[in-house]
Design a protein around this ligand. Sequence first.
Ligand code: FES
Length: 217
Amino acid sequence: METVSLTIDGKKITAHEGEKLLSVALDNAIYIPNLCALQDNSESAAACRLCFVEVEGREEPVTACTELVAEGMVVNTRGARALRLARSAFELLMASHPVDCAHCAKKDSCELQKIAHHLNVKLKSKRFRKLLRELPVDDSNPLFILDPNKCVLCGRCIWVCRERLGIGVLGFAHRGFERVITTFAGEPLGESRCQECGDCVRICPTGALAFKDGNGK
Ligand code: FES
């Protein structure tokens, strides 16, 4: 595979042709906020809209999870226009996310906290009206709970269960504000084909999937 040379935030980097900009940046210790991309998943849904960066010569910021690296590319992950878009997406996401970090199983590993810190925005933003969903928590699985109120619909759990493990217990249902992660026909997790490996909990960026023993990681 051909190699390409590019610059991200002033750092000279060598990558392989065909690699996604987000993966290359993360592999080189340059953090770009992201929720819906998986480093080993070649197709990103580009749904969270958090990974905007600016590329020299491009009119508008681009999503790093869909952008392929190119020879001579010059990337700025901290450009004002890219940050403005990412901040808006994050504040919109947080408008429907409960903020009760002290009582959340993922309080020490939550990616929302990391993103808020990186973007320099508060978890409790007043910019958009708060609209919580108040959905029931599924605690029927002996190992972990599914709290759809804390779900950011990144799809990581669906991917890990289906693509990596070949089981496919979880999937998306409904559209728009009603959209949720659920089991087939909405059955409780405890009655599903879940094999309790816990990989979906470990890959979940928030407290939506959390181990019952309190180990949030
Ligand atoms: S990580 Fe790029 S849009 Fe979600």
